[in-house]
Design a protein around this ligand. Structure first.
Ligand code: FAD
Ligand code: 2HG
Ligand code: ZN
Length: 474
């Protein structure tokens, strides 16, 4: 039988009295961002160094107590909070947040896991570099969480997911050992690439404590346009034109359904959302140019002229300055917040080959309208990556909690069945957590699941690292 008080006392000696929280309001650590679940921790432990993380993992291992790593707690799939048992340690990485080094010649930055993404972006920019990962939660999500979920965001079309930005990791293993893989090498074929196992593992294989990440030269100009398009097909056509005209300059291409934009108008009326009700979809796109602003503008003008001529754009505005560009991006980034204000909702973070997205949406829209009349479809996302947030809001005026309780299962089954037929993925960028764990078991091949279980068993044989997330281990 575990002695809870003895473990808490040990943890206090390891990280300091002030950094082991057991009383008071722990909501920020114990409730997920979407307010889907509330857990209870044996203790919230906040180590400040890699060595302290290793000591905490060892102490928990010796006591047979499981750990849930947490960064900014912005995850979407209930993976970063403890379960309700009160027997898990919540390991907050927030104090492990230093930027260790910027290597200008190597174009890399080495940073600790708890560093907030926006802090890292700003530090790189101050030194004249771009750290391109960008998402609406950047003011509170952490690099460790970004790596653990392999986060995507709004610049993937050019720079890739977090995985593509990572050259090396430092990890505390489930045994409490430190693996230091912060080489910053772009080429290293010395056997299995362990870094890729830990990226996207959602805290189930080890604790990421630091990373060496790629930086890029800052572009000379970044221009943003907001365009009304007559259909999703037209948005895909516009994406093709944008690739042709802008090539590597295309750094963002997001689509937003009119209902999603309507939620921004409703909940954030101070924002000036263009083209109200004029078209079923709008697109926000970004051109990053290494020559000059005038060159970027000329390219954008040529692109938009071609698009207007071909009928895939109805109207468009191009931001005149940085403030306007930020305001246009802010509209897109406000959609998840507006949706949260509207109430609990069902999220489908899916990916499908870009070319097949219009057919997918036509089919699922019709099926949902037929079987779940009145549901409100909040459709938006990273079209440039083939990643839609095809979300479902309860019918107007319905009790959202009851709606989710009764309809989430059947709606997920319907949507994911079509995702499978389109050869898509049921989690493009948010991960699996506990919310999608059962679904993963149905949608991933048995061969892949067995390989994943073998890896989990080898690296975490006692199943103490974020158990119950991603995989179920009997
Ligand atoms: P947490 O939520 O704390 O944790 C997420 C998972 O990672 C958990 O399983 C946790 O156990 C594990 N973990 C955290 N830190 C570590 C560590 N150091 N070592 C090992 N495991 C760890 N995601 C996208 O991909 N693209 C988006 O565009 C996007 N937009 C968002 C917008 C909003 C408004 C919000 C609220 C979320 C958004 N997200 C998005 C989801 C979320 O922000 C990202 O998944 C983010 O990467 C999570 O970082 P975090 O620090 O908050 O991690
Ligand atoms: C985004 O792209 C995030 O805004 C959140 O991934 C998506 O809330 C969502 O469904
Ligand atoms: Zn997203």
């Amino acid at each position: 039988m575990m002695d809870i008080e003895a473990l808490r006392a040990t943890l206090r000696t390891l990280v300091g009295e002030a950094h082991v929280l057991t009383d008071g309001d722990l909501t920020a650590y114990e409730q997920d961002w979407r307010k889907r679940e509330r857990g209870r921790a044996l203790a919230v432990v906040r180590p400040g160094t890699t060595e302290e993380v290793a000591a905490v993992v060892k102490a928990c291992g010796a006591a047979g107590v499981s750990l849930v790593p947490q960064g900014g707690n912005t995850g979407m799939v209930v993976g970063s909070i403890p379960d309700a048992s009160g027997t898990q340690v919540l390991l907050s990485l927030q104090r492990l947040n230093r930027i260790r080094a910027i290597d200008a010649a190597n174009l890399t930055v080495t940073v600790e896991a708890g560093c907030v993404l926006q802090t890292l972006q700003e530090a790189c920019e101050k030194d004249g570099f771009l750290f391109p990962l960008s998402l609406a939660a950047e003011g509170s999500c952490t690099i460790g969480g970004n790596l653990a979920t392999n986060a995507g965001g709004t610049q993937v079309v050019r720079y890739g997911n977090t995985r593509e930005l990572c050259l090396g990791l430092e990890v505390v293993t489930a045994q409490g050992e430190v693996w230091s893989g912060l080489t910053g090498l772009r080429k290293d074929n010395t056997g299995y690439d362990l870094r890729h196992l830990f990226i996207g593992s959602e805290g189930t294989l080890g604790v990421i404590t630091a990373a060496t990440l790629r930086m890029y030269p800052l572009p000379a100009a970044q221009l943003t346009a907001f365009a009304a398009v007559p259909s999703l097909d037209a948005a895909v056509q516009l994406l093709g034109l944008a690739h042709q005209h802008l090539n590597a300059g295309l750094t963002g291409f997001e689509v937003m359904g009119d209902f999603a934009l309507g939620l921004v108008r409703k909940h954030f009326p101070q924002q000036n959302v263009p083209f109200g009700g004029m078209s079923p979809y709008c697109v926000v796109l970004e051109n990053s140019d290494h020559e000059s602003e005038s060159h970027a503008r000329e390219q954008f003008e040529r692109l938009l002229e071609a698009a207007l001529e071909q009928g895939c754009v109805l109207d468009a505005v191009v931001a005149e300055n940085i403030a306007q560009a930020r305001a246009l991006w802010h509209i897109r980034e406000s959609i998840p917040l507006a949706q949260a204000q509207e109430g609990l909702n069902i999220k489908h973070d899916i990916s499908i080959a870009v070319s097949r997205i219009p057919a997918f949406v036509t089919e699922v829209d019709a099926l949902l309208e037929q079987h779940f009349p009145g549901v409100r479809l909040v459709n938006y996302g990273h079209l440039g990556d083939g990643n839609l947030h095809y979300n479902v809001q309860a019918p107007d005026g319905a009790d959202a909690e009851a709606f989710l309780r009764d309809q989430e299962g059947p709606i997920n089954t319907l949507v994911y069945e079509v995702v499978d037929r389109f050869n898509g993925s049921i989690s493009a960028e948010h991960g699996i957590g506990s919310l999608k764990r059962e679904k993963l078991a149905h949608h991933k091949s048995p061969v892949a699941l067995n390989a994943m279980r073998a890896i989990k068993g080898a690296l975490d044989p006692k199943n103490l690292m974020n158990p119950g997330r991603v995989l179920s281990i009997e």
